[in-house]
Design a protein around this ligand. Sequence first.
Ligand SMILES: C[S@@+](CC[C@H](N)C(=O)[O-])C[C@H]1O[C@@H](n2cnc3c(N)ncnc32)[C@H](O)[C@@H]1O
Length: 234
Amino acid sequence: MKTVDAMLNAIHAETLLDVATGRGDFLLSLQQQLGSFGSGIGIDNKPSDEWKSDKFTDLPITFMQMDASQLEFEDASFDLVSISNSLHHMPDPCKTLAEMVRVLKPGGYFILYEMYTDNQTPEQQTHTLLHQWWGKVDSTSGICHRSPYTRDELIKLIECSTLDNWQLLDDLDLSGDAFDPEMLNILNKNIDNYLAKTKEADLINEAVSLRQRLQTIGFQSATELFALGEKRSS
Ligand SMILES: C[S@@+](CC[C@H](N)C(=O)[O-])C[C@H]1O[C@@H](n2cnc3c(N)ncnc32)[C@H](O)[C@@H]1O
């Protein structure tokens, strides 16, 4: 059976664009896992302090502040475009996907990596519920952050990208301890940070249930859909 690692290892990309890169973690993992990698650009509409961190020093990686729905690059500029766990943050996901296809060279690769919400274990559902709560809190301050999609919704979205021959893989790892104290501590701190952003009673009550759920059911990361598309060179 194919794995994400094996699929990435078979790809050689001279120029790479990671859209909605955040702290650049996905770009860094591509740099480490691709068969070969020339240089990469990460774009995000919000700059991150991490862009200046030591982990990127000496790497052929640069970052730019930019809106994913209006990429400031010429058509056919990149051998590989990627987007990880960000499609559900886009006000118009199809527009972002279309922009990414526009800047992709014919024969180039498109990688989507995004968690989905259905067919999850109870521990993984904790991740979904937390994520939906983060989205609701963000929405109260006008930030576009909808619930992550179901697997079928994601597939419908990539179908609007005009690429066809997609290869799909479900990436999950249920080997970790769902009650790992360090992880629960990080998640509880994350809930504290989000609580500081809202005064809405419903959302505050939901946080209490989420904390209880972490203690009783535990947490594991939701399954990610890894989708690899190729732009035909017609
Ligand atoms: C959950 S983070 C994912 C970050 C990264 N891709 C990862 O997998 O770790 C979502 C990112 O989307 C970015 N984002 C939201 N709307 C955007 C837009 N219109 N253009 C560019 N980036 C955007 C946010 O600033 C945030 O960094």
